[in-house]
Design a protein around this ligand. Structure first.
Ligand code: TEU
Length: 573
Protein backbone atom coordinates (compact mmCIF):
# COMPACT_ATOMS: atom_id res chain seq x y z
CA UNK A 1 0.00 0.00 0.00
CA UNK A 2 1.31 3.38 -0.96
CA UNK A 3 0.07 6.21 1.19
CA UNK A 4 -1.38 9.18 -0.65
CA UNK A 5 -2.58 12.56 0.57
CA UNK A 6 -6.26 12.15 1.55
CA UNK A 7 -7.57 14.36 -1.23
CA UNK A 8 -6.27 12.19 -4.05
CA UNK A 9 -8.76 9.40 -3.36
CA UNK A 10 -11.57 11.78 -2.43
CA UNK A 11 -14.80 12.27 -4.33
CA UNK A 12 -15.60 15.98 -4.13
CA UNK A 13 -19.17 17.19 -4.59
CA UNK A 14 -19.87 20.78 -5.58
CA UNK A 15 -22.86 22.50 -4.01
CA UNK A 16 -24.25 25.68 -5.55
CA UNK A 17 -25.92 27.17 -2.48
CA UNK A 18 -28.67 29.13 -4.25
CA UNK A 19 -30.07 26.00 -5.89
CA UNK A 20 -29.42 23.04 -3.63
CA UNK A 21 -32.01 23.08 -0.83
CA UNK A 22 -34.12 25.88 0.58
CA UNK A 23 -35.02 25.33 4.25
CA UNK A 24 -37.02 28.49 4.95
CA UNK A 25 -39.23 28.99 1.89
CA UNK A 26 -37.67 32.22 0.57
CA UNK A 27 -36.89 30.62 -2.79
CA UNK A 28 -33.12 30.60 -2.25
CA UNK A 29 -31.20 27.56 -1.13
CA UNK A 30 -29.36 27.92 2.17
CA UNK A 31 -26.78 26.38 4.47
CA UNK A 32 -29.30 24.77 6.86
CA UNK A 33 -30.86 23.20 3.74
CA UNK A 34 -27.45 21.79 2.79
CA UNK A 35 -26.89 20.52 6.33
CA UNK A 36 -30.21 18.64 6.10
CA UNK A 37 -28.87 16.79 3.05
CA UNK A 38 -25.46 15.75 4.39
CA UNK A 39 -26.66 12.19 5.02
CA UNK A 40 -27.77 11.99 1.40
CA UNK A 41 -24.26 13.04 0.29
CA UNK A 42 -22.52 10.74 2.71
CA UNK A 43 -24.62 7.75 1.56
CA UNK A 44 -23.77 8.57 -2.05
CA UNK A 45 -20.07 8.23 -1.22
CA UNK A 46 -19.02 11.87 -1.11
CA UNK A 47 -15.87 12.65 0.87
CA UNK A 48 -15.63 16.41 0.46
CA UNK A 49 -18.26 19.09 -0.03
CA UNK A 50 -17.15 22.10 -2.07
CA UNK A 51 -19.50 24.98 -1.37
CA UNK A 52 -19.63 27.70 -4.03
CA UNK A 53 -19.55 31.30 -2.71
CA UNK A 54 -21.96 31.89 0.17
CA UNK A 55 -20.31 35.15 1.27
CA UNK A 56 -21.90 38.58 1.55
CA UNK A 57 -22.49 39.78 -2.00
CA UNK A 58 -24.76 41.95 -4.14
CA UNK A 59 -25.04 38.84 -6.41
CA UNK A 60 -24.09 40.55 -9.65
CA UNK A 61 -22.31 37.30 -10.52
CA UNK A 62 -24.02 34.91 -8.09
CA UNK A 63 -21.63 35.48 -5.22
CA UNK A 64 -18.43 35.63 -7.28
CA UNK A 65 -18.64 39.32 -6.42
CA UNK A 66 -17.89 39.38 -2.70
CA UNK A 67 -18.50 42.47 -0.60
CA UNK A 68 -17.37 40.98 2.72
CA UNK A 69 -15.25 37.81 3.01
CA UNK A 70 -16.14 37.34 6.66
CA UNK A 71 -19.90 37.50 6.39
CA UNK A 72 -22.45 35.13 4.89
CA UNK A 73 -25.08 36.34 2.42
CA UNK A 74 -28.17 36.58 4.65
CA UNK A 75 -30.50 34.37 2.53
CA UNK A 76 -27.86 31.60 2.82
CA UNK A 77 -27.53 31.86 6.62
CA UNK A 78 -24.88 33.00 9.05
CA UNK A 79 -21.25 32.34 9.95
CA UNK A 80 -22.60 30.10 12.74
CA UNK A 81 -24.45 28.07 10.09
CA UNK A 82 -21.11 27.50 8.37
CA UNK A 83 -19.73 26.33 11.73
CA UNK A 84 -22.59 23.81 11.90
CA UNK A 85 -21.85 22.75 8.35
CA UNK A 86 -18.18 22.16 9.19
CA UNK A 87 -19.26 20.16 12.23
CA UNK A 88 -21.88 18.25 10.21
CA UNK A 89 -19.29 17.29 7.59
CA UNK A 90 -16.58 16.38 10.06
CA UNK A 91 -18.87 14.26 12.22
CA UNK A 92 -19.67 12.19 9.11
CA UNK A 93 -16.00 11.84 8.16
CA UNK A 94 -16.39 14.36 5.35
CA UNK A 95 -14.53 17.61 4.73
CA UNK A 96 -15.63 21.03 3.59
CA UNK A 97 -13.91 23.38 1.15
CA UNK A 98 -15.01 26.88 0.23
CA UNK A 99 -14.53 29.02 -2.85
CA UNK A 100 -11.64 31.47 -2.67
CA UNK A 101 -12.50 34.39 -4.95
CA UNK A 102 -9.62 36.82 -4.65
CA UNK A 103 -8.82 37.96 -8.16
CA UNK A 104 -11.53 40.57 -7.67
CA UNK A 105 -14.07 41.75 -5.12
CA UNK A 106 -17.48 43.32 -5.50
CA UNK A 107 -17.47 47.05 -6.13
CA UNK A 108 -19.44 47.20 -2.87
CA UNK A 109 -16.51 45.83 -0.85
CA UNK A 110 -15.20 48.37 1.71
CA UNK A 111 -11.74 48.06 0.16
CA UNK A 112 -12.99 49.25 -3.19
CA UNK A 113 -15.14 51.99 -1.69
CA UNK A 114 -12.01 53.34 -0.02
CA UNK A 115 -9.89 52.81 -3.10
CA UNK A 116 -12.22 54.83 -5.29
CA UNK A 117 -12.71 57.58 -2.72
CA UNK A 118 -9.55 59.50 -3.64
CA UNK A 119 -6.27 59.12 -5.49
CA UNK A 120 -4.28 59.34 -2.27
CA UNK A 121 -6.35 56.89 -0.25
CA UNK A 122 -4.04 54.24 1.28
CA UNK A 123 -6.06 51.55 -0.54
CA UNK A 124 -5.93 53.30 -3.91
CA UNK A 125 -3.39 50.79 -5.18
CA UNK A 126 -5.31 47.77 -3.92
CA UNK A 127 -7.10 47.90 -7.26
CA UNK A 128 -5.82 48.67 -10.76
CA UNK A 129 -6.39 52.28 -11.79
CA UNK A 130 -5.19 53.88 -15.02
CA UNK A 131 -5.65 57.26 -16.66
CA UNK A 132 -7.68 57.68 -19.83
CA UNK A 133 -6.26 57.86 -23.34
CA UNK A 134 -7.55 60.43 -25.77
CA UNK A 135 -7.98 59.85 -29.49
CA UNK A 136 -7.17 62.37 -32.25
CA UNK A 137 -10.54 64.05 -31.79
CA UNK A 138 -9.98 64.41 -28.09
CA UNK A 139 -12.47 61.70 -27.12
CA UNK A 140 -11.77 59.84 -23.91
CA UNK A 141 -10.83 56.21 -24.45
CA UNK A 142 -10.07 53.41 -21.95
CA UNK A 143 -6.40 52.50 -21.40
CA UNK A 144 -6.63 49.38 -23.61
CA UNK A 145 -9.03 47.66 -26.01
CA UNK A 146 -9.47 44.50 -23.91
CA UNK A 147 -12.72 42.57 -23.98
CA UNK A 148 -14.03 41.33 -20.63
CA UNK A 149 -15.30 37.77 -20.12
CA UNK A 150 -18.84 39.05 -19.75
CA UNK A 151 -18.89 41.13 -22.99
CA UNK A 152 -17.94 44.82 -23.24
CA UNK A 153 -14.57 46.27 -22.23
CA UNK A 154 -12.48 45.59 -19.14
CA UNK A 155 -12.33 49.23 -17.95
CA UNK A 156 -14.91 51.37 -16.19
CA UNK A 157 -14.58 55.13 -15.83
CA UNK A 158 -14.85 56.54 -12.35
CA UNK A 159 -16.15 60.12 -12.35
CA UNK A 160 -14.95 61.06 -8.90
CA UNK A 161 -11.24 60.47 -9.40
CA UNK A 162 -11.24 60.66 -13.20
CA UNK A 163 -9.55 57.33 -13.85
CA UNK A 164 -10.50 53.91 -15.15
CA UNK A 165 -10.42 50.72 -13.04
CA UNK A 166 -9.78 47.25 -14.43
CA UNK A 167 -12.30 44.39 -14.30
CA UNK A 168 -11.77 41.18 -16.24
CA UNK A 169 -15.39 40.21 -15.51
CA UNK A 170 -18.35 42.54 -14.80
CA UNK A 171 -17.77 46.20 -13.96
CA UNK A 172 -19.22 45.24 -10.55
CA UNK A 173 -16.12 43.06 -10.05
CA UNK A 174 -13.00 45.28 -9.89
CA UNK A 175 -9.70 43.34 -10.03
CA UNK A 176 -7.52 43.42 -6.94
CA UNK A 177 -3.94 44.53 -7.38
CA UNK A 178 -1.86 41.56 -6.24
CA UNK A 179 1.35 43.54 -6.77
CA UNK A 180 0.42 45.44 -3.62
CA UNK A 181 1.83 43.66 -0.57
CA UNK A 182 -0.69 45.06 1.95
CA UNK A 183 -3.52 43.95 -0.32
CA UNK A 184 -2.15 40.40 -0.45
CA UNK A 185 -1.82 40.29 3.34
CA UNK A 186 -5.43 41.46 3.72
CA UNK A 187 -6.57 38.71 1.34
CA UNK A 188 -4.70 36.04 3.31
CA UNK A 189 -6.19 37.25 6.54
CA UNK A 190 -9.77 37.99 5.53
CA UNK A 191 -10.53 35.42 2.89
CA UNK A 192 -8.34 32.55 4.06
CA UNK A 193 -7.21 32.42 7.70
CA UNK A 194 -10.62 33.53 8.95
CA UNK A 195 -12.25 30.39 7.50
CA UNK A 196 -9.38 27.97 8.03
CA UNK A 197 -9.38 28.92 11.72
CA UNK A 198 -13.05 27.90 11.81
CA UNK A 199 -12.17 24.41 10.60
CA UNK A 200 -12.67 24.69 6.84
CA UNK A 201 -10.45 22.18 5.02
CA UNK A 202 -9.33 24.13 1.97
CA UNK A 203 -10.38 26.02 -1.10
CA UNK A 204 -11.39 25.83 -4.70
CA UNK A 205 -9.38 28.77 -5.98
CA UNK A 206 -11.27 30.90 -8.47
CA UNK A 207 -9.50 32.24 -11.58
CA UNK A 208 -6.16 31.42 -10.00
CA UNK A 209 -3.96 32.09 -13.02
CA UNK A 210 -5.08 35.72 -13.32
CA UNK A 211 -3.68 37.38 -10.18
CA UNK A 212 -0.50 38.63 -11.81
CA UNK A 213 -1.15 41.00 -14.72
CA UNK A 214 1.50 41.86 -17.25
CA UNK A 215 3.19 45.12 -16.41
CA UNK A 216 2.69 46.73 -19.82
CA UNK A 217 -0.93 47.66 -20.45
CA UNK A 218 -1.07 47.57 -24.23
CA UNK A 219 -3.75 46.96 -26.81
CA UNK A 220 -4.45 43.38 -27.82
CA UNK A 221 -4.22 42.55 -31.48
CA UNK A 222 -7.43 42.65 -33.45
CA UNK A 223 -9.03 39.17 -33.57
CA UNK A 224 -12.67 40.24 -33.74
CA UNK A 225 -13.13 42.85 -36.46
CA UNK A 226 -16.80 43.25 -35.54
CA UNK A 227 -16.06 44.55 -32.08
CA UNK A 228 -14.14 47.39 -30.50
CA UNK A 229 -13.12 44.98 -27.71
CA UNK A 230 -10.47 42.33 -28.29
CA UNK A 231 -9.71 39.24 -26.24
CA UNK A 232 -6.40 39.52 -24.41
CA UNK A 233 -5.94 36.60 -21.99
CA UNK A 234 -2.18 36.73 -22.54
CA UNK A 235 -2.21 40.11 -20.78
CA UNK A 236 -3.48 38.68 -17.51
CA UNK A 237 -3.17 34.87 -17.47
CA UNK A 238 -0.02 33.20 -16.12
CA UNK A 239 1.56 36.61 -15.56
CA UNK A 240 5.14 37.34 -14.43
CA UNK A 241 4.64 37.03 -10.66
CA UNK A 242 1.94 34.36 -10.50
CA UNK A 243 4.17 31.55 -9.21
CA UNK A 244 5.76 33.84 -6.64
CA UNK A 245 2.28 34.78 -5.35
CA UNK A 246 1.10 31.19 -5.09
CA UNK A 247 4.25 30.13 -3.25
CA UNK A 248 3.75 33.02 -0.86
CA UNK A 249 0.12 32.01 -0.28
CA UNK A 250 1.43 28.62 0.82
CA UNK A 251 4.20 29.78 3.10
CA UNK A 252 2.06 32.54 4.61
CA UNK A 253 -1.17 30.59 5.03
CA UNK A 254 -1.79 27.11 3.66
CA UNK A 255 1.32 25.42 5.08
CA UNK A 256 0.00 26.14 8.56
CA UNK A 257 -3.13 24.02 8.08
CA UNK A 258 -4.03 20.58 6.67
CA UNK A 259 -5.73 21.74 3.52
CA UNK A 260 -6.49 20.92 -0.08
CA UNK A 261 -6.52 23.43 -2.92
CA UNK A 262 -7.88 23.07 -6.41
CA UNK A 263 -7.28 25.97 -8.76
CA UNK A 264 -9.14 26.98 -11.86
CA UNK A 265 -6.82 27.23 -14.87
CA UNK A 266 -8.67 28.52 -17.87
CA UNK A 267 -6.21 29.72 -20.51
CA UNK A 268 -3.30 27.59 -19.36
CA UNK A 269 -3.25 25.18 -22.26
CA UNK A 270 0.15 23.48 -22.24
CA UNK A 271 0.88 20.54 -19.95
CA UNK A 272 4.29 22.01 -19.09
CA UNK A 273 2.70 25.26 -17.91
CA UNK A 274 0.00 23.43 -15.97
CA UNK A 275 2.63 21.33 -14.22
CA UNK A 276 4.27 24.50 -12.94
CA UNK A 277 1.12 25.03 -10.88
CA UNK A 278 0.53 21.44 -9.69
CA UNK A 279 3.88 19.80 -9.34
CA UNK A 280 4.03 18.83 -5.65
CA UNK A 281 7.62 20.05 -5.47
CA UNK A 282 6.53 23.56 -6.43
CA UNK A 283 4.16 23.84 -3.45
CA UNK A 284 1.58 25.97 -5.20
CA UNK A 285 -1.72 24.12 -5.79
CA UNK A 286 -2.62 20.50 -5.04
CA UNK A 287 -4.56 20.16 -8.26
CA UNK A 288 -6.23 22.20 -10.98
CA UNK A 289 -9.18 22.18 -13.33
CA UNK A 290 -7.98 22.35 -16.90
CA UNK A 291 -10.71 23.50 -19.27
CA UNK A 292 -10.09 21.88 -22.68
CA UNK A 293 -12.83 19.30 -22.38
CA UNK A 294 -15.41 21.37 -20.55
CA UNK A 295 -15.13 23.97 -23.33
CA UNK A 296 -16.08 21.48 -26.08
CA UNK A 297 -18.72 23.05 -28.27
CA UNK A 298 -17.98 26.65 -27.31
CA UNK A 299 -16.74 29.09 -29.95
CA UNK A 300 -13.04 29.89 -30.17
CA UNK A 301 -12.88 33.50 -29.11
CA UNK A 302 -14.21 35.35 -26.04
CA UNK A 303 -16.85 37.04 -28.16
CA UNK A 304 -17.96 33.84 -29.86
CA UNK A 305 -18.25 31.69 -26.76
CA UNK A 306 -21.93 30.95 -27.49
CA UNK A 307 -21.50 30.22 -31.19
CA UNK A 308 -22.01 26.50 -30.74
CA UNK A 309 -19.43 24.37 -32.60
CA UNK A 310 -20.31 20.72 -33.20
CA UNK A 311 -17.45 18.60 -31.89
CA UNK A 312 -16.16 15.11 -32.45
CA UNK A 313 -15.70 12.27 -30.01
CA UNK A 314 -12.09 11.95 -31.21
CA UNK A 315 -11.42 15.48 -29.94
CA UNK A 316 -12.91 14.66 -26.58
CA UNK A 317 -10.68 11.58 -26.44
CA UNK A 318 -7.60 13.64 -27.23
CA UNK A 319 -8.37 16.01 -24.35
CA UNK A 320 -9.11 13.25 -21.88
CA UNK A 321 -5.94 11.42 -22.87
CA UNK A 322 -3.81 14.57 -22.60
CA UNK A 323 -4.98 15.43 -19.09
CA UNK A 324 -4.87 11.80 -17.95
CA UNK A 325 -1.31 11.27 -19.11
CA UNK A 326 0.37 14.59 -18.40
CA UNK A 327 1.17 13.64 -14.80
CA UNK A 328 2.79 10.30 -15.69
CA UNK A 329 6.36 10.30 -14.47
CA UNK A 330 5.88 13.60 -12.60
CA UNK A 331 4.89 14.60 -9.07
CA UNK A 332 1.77 16.41 -10.32
CA UNK A 333 -1.86 15.42 -9.96
CA UNK A 334 -4.97 15.76 -12.08
CA UNK A 335 -8.73 16.14 -11.70
CA UNK A 336 -11.74 14.51 -13.34
CA UNK A 337 -14.91 16.51 -13.93
CA UNK A 338 -17.49 17.10 -16.64
CA UNK A 339 -19.89 19.52 -14.94
CA UNK A 340 -19.83 22.61 -12.77
CA UNK A 341 -21.86 25.78 -12.27
CA UNK A 342 -20.34 27.41 -15.38
CA UNK A 343 -21.48 24.86 -17.96
CA UNK A 344 -24.42 22.95 -19.35
CA UNK A 345 -25.30 19.50 -18.03
CA UNK A 346 -23.09 16.60 -19.07
CA UNK A 347 -25.92 14.29 -20.10
CA UNK A 348 -27.22 17.00 -22.46
CA UNK A 349 -23.79 17.94 -23.83
CA UNK A 350 -21.79 14.71 -23.96
CA UNK A 351 -24.63 12.22 -23.88
CA UNK A 352 -28.25 12.13 -24.95
CA UNK A 353 -30.97 13.57 -22.75
CA UNK A 354 -34.00 12.20 -24.58
CA UNK A 355 -36.26 10.90 -21.82
CA UNK A 356 -38.06 8.58 -24.21
CA UNK A 357 -34.91 6.77 -25.17
CA UNK A 358 -31.36 7.26 -24.06
CA UNK A 359 -31.29 9.54 -21.03
CA UNK A 360 -30.84 6.82 -18.43
CA UNK A 361 -28.10 4.75 -20.08
CA UNK A 362 -26.41 7.92 -21.16
CA UNK A 363 -26.30 9.33 -17.62
CA UNK A 364 -24.96 5.99 -16.36
CA UNK A 365 -22.35 5.89 -19.10
CA UNK A 366 -21.11 9.29 -17.98
CA UNK A 367 -20.86 7.98 -14.41
CA UNK A 368 -18.87 4.98 -15.63
CA UNK A 369 -16.59 7.19 -17.68
CA UNK A 370 -15.87 9.72 -14.96
CA UNK A 371 -15.47 7.23 -12.11
CA UNK A 372 -12.89 5.14 -13.97
CA UNK A 373 -10.52 8.02 -14.74
CA UNK A 374 -7.32 8.86 -12.86
CA UNK A 375 -7.27 11.90 -10.59
CA UNK A 376 -9.52 13.42 -7.97
CA UNK A 377 -13.15 13.07 -9.02
CA UNK A 378 -15.50 16.06 -8.85
CA UNK A 379 -19.27 15.77 -9.14
CA UNK A 380 -21.63 18.69 -9.52
CA UNK A 381 -24.98 18.70 -7.70
CA UNK A 382 -27.65 16.89 -9.70
CA UNK A 383 -25.15 15.10 -11.93
CA UNK A 384 -25.74 11.99 -9.79
CA UNK A 385 -29.43 11.92 -10.73
CA UNK A 386 -28.76 12.78 -14.37
CA UNK A 387 -30.22 16.29 -14.29
CA UNK A 388 -30.54 17.71 -17.80
CA UNK A 389 -30.33 21.14 -19.43
CA UNK A 390 -33.32 23.48 -19.13
CA UNK A 391 -35.97 22.73 -21.75
CA UNK A 392 -35.06 24.25 -25.12
CA UNK A 393 -38.37 26.07 -25.36
CA UNK A 394 -37.82 28.19 -22.26
CA UNK A 395 -37.52 31.86 -23.23
CA UNK A 396 -34.51 34.10 -22.56
CA UNK A 397 -36.31 35.49 -19.48
CA UNK A 398 -35.60 32.19 -17.68
CA UNK A 399 -31.86 32.78 -18.12
CA UNK A 400 -30.63 34.70 -15.08
CA UNK A 401 -26.85 34.60 -15.54
CA UNK A 402 -25.07 37.91 -16.19
CA UNK A 403 -22.93 36.29 -18.90
CA UNK A 404 -25.94 34.81 -20.75
CA UNK A 405 -27.81 38.09 -20.54
CA UNK A 406 -24.87 40.22 -21.67
CA UNK A 407 -24.17 37.98 -24.67
CA UNK A 408 -27.83 37.97 -25.62
CA UNK A 409 -28.08 41.76 -25.34
CA UNK A 410 -24.91 42.20 -27.36
CA UNK A 411 -26.44 40.08 -30.12
CA UNK A 412 -29.68 42.06 -29.98
CA UNK A 413 -27.77 45.34 -30.19
CA UNK A 414 -26.03 44.13 -33.34
CA UNK A 415 -29.46 44.38 -34.99
CA UNK A 416 -28.80 41.08 -36.76
CA UNK A 417 -31.58 38.52 -36.11
CA UNK A 418 -29.35 35.66 -37.25
CA UNK A 419 -26.82 36.61 -34.61
CA UNK A 420 -29.54 36.57 -31.94
CA UNK A 421 -30.68 33.15 -33.10
CA UNK A 422 -27.15 31.82 -33.07
CA UNK A 423 -26.44 33.06 -29.56
CA UNK A 424 -29.78 31.73 -28.31
CA UNK A 425 -28.99 28.32 -29.79
CA UNK A 426 -25.59 28.40 -28.08
CA UNK A 427 -27.17 29.36 -24.77
CA UNK A 428 -29.67 26.51 -25.08
CA UNK A 429 -26.77 24.07 -25.06
CA UNK A 430 -23.97 25.80 -23.17
CA UNK A 431 -25.36 28.48 -20.85
CA UNK A 432 -24.22 28.55 -17.27
CA UNK A 433 -27.91 28.71 -16.27
CA UNK A 434 -28.53 25.02 -17.04
CA UNK A 435 -26.60 23.88 -14.02
CA UNK A 436 -28.09 26.55 -11.77
CA UNK A 437 -31.77 25.57 -11.74
CA UNK A 438 -33.12 24.04 -8.53
CA UNK A 439 -32.04 20.57 -7.49
CA UNK A 440 -34.81 18.04 -8.15
CA UNK A 441 -35.43 16.36 -4.81
CA UNK A 442 -38.88 14.84 -5.37
CA UNK A 443 -42.10 15.20 -7.37
CA UNK A 444 -43.69 17.88 -5.17
CA UNK A 445 -43.98 21.48 -6.52
CA UNK A 446 -40.62 22.99 -7.60
CA UNK A 447 -39.12 19.52 -7.32
CA UNK A 448 -39.17 19.82 -3.53
CA UNK A 449 -36.40 22.41 -3.65
CA UNK A 450 -38.44 25.03 -1.78
CA UNK A 451 -41.86 25.39 -0.13
CA UNK A 452 -44.78 24.64 -2.49
CA UNK A 453 -46.07 28.23 -2.32
CA UNK A 454 -42.64 29.85 -2.68
CA UNK A 455 -41.15 31.28 -5.88
CA UNK A 456 -37.74 29.75 -6.49
CA UNK A 457 -35.09 32.20 -7.75
CA UNK A 458 -34.87 30.08 -10.91
CA UNK A 459 -37.69 28.00 -12.29
CA UNK A 460 -37.56 24.26 -11.58
CA UNK A 461 -37.18 21.98 -14.59
CA UNK A 462 -40.45 20.77 -16.17
CA UNK A 463 -39.19 17.18 -15.90
CA UNK A 464 -38.77 17.03 -12.11
CA UNK A 465 -41.65 14.52 -11.75
CA UNK A 466 -39.60 12.12 -13.91
CA UNK A 467 -36.08 12.95 -12.77
CA UNK A 468 -35.74 13.37 -9.01
CA UNK A 469 -33.70 12.03 -6.12
CA UNK A 470 -36.58 10.50 -4.12
CA UNK A 471 -37.65 8.31 -7.03
CA UNK A 472 -34.10 7.22 -7.72
CA UNK A 473 -33.33 6.48 -4.08
CA UNK A 474 -36.11 3.86 -4.14
CA UNK A 475 -34.80 2.21 -7.29
CA UNK A 476 -31.65 0.06 -7.12
CA UNK A 477 -31.27 0.35 -10.90
CA UNK A 478 -31.52 4.14 -11.04
CA UNK A 479 -28.85 6.57 -12.19
CA UNK A 480 -28.33 7.58 -8.56
CA UNK A 481 -27.84 3.97 -7.46
CA UNK A 482 -25.43 3.48 -10.33
CA UNK A 483 -23.39 6.50 -9.22
CA UNK A 484 -23.25 5.09 -5.69
CA UNK A 485 -22.08 1.72 -7.04
CA UNK A 486 -19.51 3.40 -9.26
CA UNK A 487 -18.09 5.49 -6.42
CA UNK A 488 -17.75 2.35 -4.33
CA UNK A 489 -16.09 0.44 -7.14
CA UNK A 490 -13.70 3.35 -7.66
CA UNK A 491 -12.68 3.12 -3.99
CA UNK A 492 -12.41 -0.69 -4.04
CA UNK A 493 -10.05 -0.54 -7.01
CA UNK A 494 -8.44 2.82 -6.31
CA UNK A 495 -5.07 1.58 -7.57
CA UNK A 496 -6.65 1.07 -11.01
CA UNK A 497 -9.21 3.84 -11.22
CA UNK A 498 -7.87 6.68 -9.06
CA UNK A 499 -4.14 6.10 -9.44
CA UNK A 500 -3.74 3.87 -12.48
CA UNK A 501 -2.33 4.68 -15.89
CA UNK A 502 -4.56 5.37 -18.87
CA UNK A 503 -4.18 3.91 -22.36
CA UNK A 504 -6.51 4.90 -25.14
CA UNK A 505 -7.74 2.28 -27.62
CA UNK A 506 -9.27 2.85 -31.05
CA UNK A 507 -8.40 6.55 -30.98
CA UNK A 508 -10.06 7.18 -34.36
CA UNK A 509 -13.44 5.66 -33.49
CA UNK A 510 -16.05 8.46 -33.49
CA UNK A 511 -18.70 6.53 -31.57
CA UNK A 512 -17.04 4.37 -28.96
CA UNK A 513 -14.54 5.52 -26.37
CA UNK A 514 -12.43 2.63 -25.04
CA UNK A 515 -9.45 2.60 -22.77
CA UNK A 516 -7.49 0.39 -20.44
CA UNK A 517 -6.66 1.37 -16.90
CA UNK A 518 -3.66 -0.36 -15.33
CA UNK A 519 -3.03 -0.55 -11.60
CA UNK A 520 -0.33 1.67 -10.14
CA UNK A 521 0.68 -1.25 -7.89
CA UNK A 522 0.56 -4.26 -10.19
CA UNK A 523 0.70 -3.97 -13.98
CA UNK A 524 -1.05 -7.34 -14.31
CA UNK A 525 -4.16 -5.79 -12.85
CA UNK A 526 -6.11 -4.04 -15.58
CA UNK A 527 -9.61 -2.84 -16.37
CA UNK A 528 -11.06 -2.32 -19.82
CA UNK A 529 -13.61 0.47 -20.17
CA UNK A 530 -15.85 0.58 -23.24
CA UNK A 531 -18.27 3.50 -23.60
CA UNK A 532 -20.74 3.86 -26.43
CA UNK A 533 -21.17 7.62 -26.90
CA UNK A 534 -23.55 7.14 -29.81
CA UNK A 535 -27.26 6.40 -30.00
CA UNK A 536 -26.56 3.37 -32.20
CA UNK A 537 -25.99 -0.19 -31.21
CA UNK A 538 -22.29 -0.81 -31.75
CA UNK A 539 -20.28 -3.93 -32.33
CA UNK A 540 -17.14 -4.49 -30.24
CA UNK A 541 -14.07 -3.52 -32.25
CA UNK A 542 -11.30 -5.99 -33.07
CA UNK A 543 -8.88 -4.37 -30.67
CA UNK A 544 -11.38 -4.45 -27.84
CA UNK A 545 -12.48 -7.98 -28.75
CA UNK A 546 -8.90 -9.21 -28.59
CA UNK A 547 -8.41 -7.59 -25.21
CA UNK A 548 -11.58 -9.12 -23.83
CA UNK A 549 -10.25 -12.53 -24.89
CA UNK A 550 -6.91 -11.85 -23.29
CA UNK A 551 -8.34 -10.43 -20.06
CA UNK A 552 -11.30 -12.80 -19.68
CA UNK A 553 -14.98 -11.91 -19.95
CA UNK A 554 -15.52 -10.83 -16.38
CA UNK A 555 -17.80 -7.84 -16.22
CA UNK A 556 -17.16 -5.62 -13.24
CA UNK A 557 -20.06 -3.28 -13.91
CA UNK A 558 -22.20 -2.31 -16.89
CA UNK A 559 -24.90 0.17 -17.78
CA UNK A 560 -26.84 -2.45 -19.66
CA UNK A 561 -28.76 -5.03 -17.62
CA UNK A 562 -27.93 -7.88 -20.02
CA UNK A 563 -24.20 -7.34 -19.62
CA UNK A 564 -24.56 -6.76 -15.92
CA UNK A 565 -25.99 -10.26 -15.45
CA UNK A 566 -22.70 -11.75 -16.60
CA UNK A 567 -21.06 -10.39 -13.49
CA UNK A 568 -19.38 -13.22 -11.65
CA UNK A 569 -19.14 -12.38 -7.97
CA UNK A 570 -15.77 -13.21 -6.44
CA UNK A 571 -14.28 -13.73 -9.84
CA UNK A 572 -14.26 -9.99 -10.42
CA UNK A 573 -10.99 -8.59 -11.56
O1 TEU B 1 -14.94 31.37 -13.64
C1 TEU B 1 -13.83 31.79 -14.36
C2 TEU B 1 -13.66 31.27 -15.73
O2 TEU B 1 -12.54 30.99 -16.05
C3 TEU B 1 -14.70 31.13 -16.77
O3 TEU B 1 -14.80 29.78 -17.13
C4 TEU B 1 -16.04 31.71 -16.44
O4 TEU B 1 -16.85 30.67 -16.04
C5 TEU B 1 -16.76 32.41 -17.57
O5 TEU B 1 -17.73 31.55 -18.06
C6 TEU B 1 -15.91 32.91 -18.68
O6 TEU B 1 -16.62 33.10 -19.83
C7 TEU B 1 -15.04 31.71 -12.28
C8 TEU B 1 -16.36 31.24 -11.71
O7 TEU B 1 -16.41 29.85 -11.80
C9 TEU B 1 -17.47 31.91 -12.44
O8 TEU B 1 -18.73 31.47 -12.00
C10 TEU B 1 -17.33 33.40 -12.21
O9 TEU B 1 -18.28 34.07 -12.98
C11 TEU B 1 -15.94 33.89 -12.59
O10 TEU B 1 -14.91 33.09 -12.04
C12 TEU B 1 -15.71 35.27 -12.05
O11 TEU B 1 -15.51 35.23 -10.67
Amino acid sequence: RISHPWWKDATIYQVYPASFKDSNGDGWGDIPGLVSKLDYLSTLGVDVVWLSPMFESPQADMGYDISDYQKVYAPYGTVEDVDSLVEGCHSRGMKLILDLVVNHTSKEHEWFKESRSSKDNPKRNWYIWKPARYDQDGNRRPPTNWRSYFAGGTWTWDELTQEYYLHLYASDQPDLNWDNEACRQAIYDNAMRFWLDRGVDGFRVDTVNKYSKRTEFVDAKMTDPNSEWQQAPEMWCNGPRIHEFLKEMNTEVLDHYDTVTVGELSNTPAPRQVLDYVSAGERELDMVFQFDMIRLGTGDGFGSKYDFQPWKLTTLKTFVERWQKFIEGTDGWTTVFCENHDNGRAVSRFGNDSLVQHWETSAKMIALWQATLTGTLFLYQGQEIGMTNMPRNWPIEEYKDIESNNFYQEAEQSGDPERVEKVMNGLQILARDHSRIPFQWDDSPHGGFTAPDATPWMRAHDDYPKINAAKQLRDPKSVLSFYRDMLKLRKDYADVFVHGTFDLLDSKNEKVFSYVKTSSLDTQKRALVVLNFSADEMVISETVGALIKEMGQRVLIATSPSLQSEQTGDDRT
